[in-house]
Design a protein around this ligand. Structure first.
Ligand code: AMP
Length: 205
């Protein structure tokens, strides 16, 4: 099963992606994690992405499409993957469609996390506090200024994907404001519906 988790920063996509990966044996592909790893490793991509990530802006389509294109070729993705934080622009979505078609793969569902903006800000502040309390390092873009830019990038560049995937009949909205386990349950219900529809129509995901 190949899934996209779509939603603004702080919506809980990463948490749910981890749960889904553990439960269904899918690979979690987070472009944010991959880019942070590149920044830490000091690779050329990392050097290009560093400043724009700190400011909360979007890294170029070319870079992230290149990363994902290489990654989904890997054998561990054959069983299925969860895209967390990709695609974020219409150009990325089109590129993903072409990539999947070229590899004979299909997209099963786009899970859209519906959330309340006001609560996002406090969620991200809580995440930063908890990470610090646990002795971890807080993300450079988990601050009020960068968050504002990240939210604007979401509404300007990423939210058109809601209409895009709706038009492709792939969009499955869920209530991202519920408790973590409840959100997980809602996603399971969506996936069961998708699997049943696939069996009923005889299409392969
Ligand atoms: P995330 O961990 O998904 O919140 O991503 C952190 C940051 O990485 C974003 O604010 C962007 O700067 C960059 N990033 C991650 N994924 C993408 C993407 N698909 N397109 C462009 N920039 C991205």
């Amino acid at each position: 099963m190949n899934l996209i988790l779509l939603g603004p920063p702080g919506a809980g996509k990463g948490t749910q992606a981890q749960k889904l990966a553990a439960k269904h044996g899918l690979v979690q592909l987070s472009t944010g994690d991959m880019l942070r790893a590149a920044v830490s490793a000091g690779t050329e991509i990392g050097r290009k992405a560093d400043a724009v990530m700190k400011s909360g802006g979007l890294v170029s389509d070319e870079i992230v499409i290149g990363i994902i294109s290489e990654r989904i070729e890997q054998p561990d993705c054959a069983k299925g993957f969860i895209l967390d934080g990709f695609p974020r622009t219409l150009q990325q979505a089109d590129a993903l469609g072409s990539l999947l078609a070229a590899k004979g793969k299909a997209l099963d569902a786009v899970i859209e996390f519906r959330v309340d903006d006001q609560i996002l800000v406090s969620r991200i502040e809580t995440r930063a506090r908890e990470t610090l309390a646990a002795g971890g390092k807080v993300r450079a873009d988990d601050n009020a200024e960068a968050l504002k830019t990240r939210l604007m990038a979401y509404y300007r560049e990423t939210s058109p994907l809601i209409g895009y995937y709706h038009a492709y009949r792939k969009l499955c909205p869920i209530d991202g404001m519920a408790a973590i386990d409840q959100v997980a349950q809602e996603i399971e219900t969506v996936l069961t519906g998708v699997k049943n529809a696939t069996i009923a129509t005889g299409t392969k995901g």
